[in-house]
Design a protein around this ligand. Sequence first.
Ligand code: UD1
Length: 433
Amino acid sequence: MENQFIIKGGNPLHGEVVIGGAKNAALGILAAAIMTDETVTIDNLPNVRDINVLLTAIESIGATVNRLGPHEVQINGSTISDVTIDYDSIRKIRASYYLLGALLGKYKRAQVALPGGCDIGSRPIDQHLKGFRALGATVNIEYGMINTFADQLTGNHIYLDVVSVGATINIMLASCMAEGRTVIENAAKEPHIVDVANFLNSMGANIKGAGTDKIRIDGVKRLHASEYSIIPDQIEAGTFMVAAAATKGDVLIRNVIPKHLEAISVKLIEIGANVEEFDDAVRVSATDRLGHTQIKTLPYPGFPTDMQPQIATLLALSNGTSTVTESIFENRFKYVDELTRMGANIKVEGNVAIIEGVTGFTGASISAPDLRAGAALVVAGLVADGFTTVDSIHFIERGYEDFDKKMTALGACMEKIPVDDEREIQKFKMKAV
Ligand code: UD1
């Protein structure tokens, strides 16, 4: 039975929230973990759907996956008996492609179903494949599968035509046990790239320069056991920062790396919110209506595309005219129609959203079009007058652990109920009044 969120808006968020491990780092790290035959222990793993799908895929090829708790897992890749991954749910997650790089790097062959993920635009993987080919692999796409194999992988100089997080990580995976040196130029610099590189290095890889646009990978013969804790999730943290500001609340967001949040903090401060940085926490509060600004999504350290729907939602409630330019994915404004139904005044022209701030939203029945937009619509519901239901929350659960529980602990009035369960809706409304 599909669930939905029901929300009664109007409560400012107050208190403390603890951020989980970074989903996008974890996906790369779990794939990397199968590259050694020794046991790897990974901590601060977010307990979200994308991670669980990837773990199931890893198990399906024979690796041993031992969940020590909701946020800790042990993986042993010595029992892998197959290099073909083709089951339905793996197509739903983008990061299935990391298994290509990991299996190719370890066994010199892999066959993985073409990835899907959020429908936020066409998402080519030509740069990943170009990287594999540069290392000496043959790559074919047949019957919805990517098939890649090599006699030997040899380091090479690879210049990425577009800055791609996925391609950068995949090439690191495929090349870390190749013969000789690989250099990735125009590499992505996101925090999770550094985290995957640090994890691979903790297993004995020799990767330097992650976090800059030139990464050098010297191939090693083998990787070994490691214990590793994943970095905090930049986007989960950013979402709570925006939610605190949008509801005119005051929230201490704990277990974060403030440096990773700078692009978000700077914009919040610019429009009038208060952001206080601590060693591993940020506190965000707002009292008055916030102001307008211009935002353009860019690769790290620019403003993250994964925060675009959330910040646009906040700007839709702020004073004046803002523009949000989406420069990474072409189809990332699908939530605008839903926000409009709640009273927002947003016009999309090409890859630019022109936002005329309104003084408030009103509750409506809306649907999450994708992961981050879904979270943004929940934030809209938290601010809106009256009741909002958000369905298709399976998108949100791909990347946010206990989203409703964390919001409720901060004072939000929301609940997860079965879709269109009138009795539950009435019960919630009675309680909420
Ligand atoms: C990752 C994140 C996603 C985030 C995105 C940008 C994961 C699992 N997902 O996605 O949440 O929104 O980074 O920060 O980590 N491109 C090509 N050819 C390629 C690869 C990418 O043209 O081979 C283009 C894409 O269409 C896009 C841009 O490059 O316009 C960036 O994509 P990329 O960084 O690869 O995103 P993902 O790794 O898919």
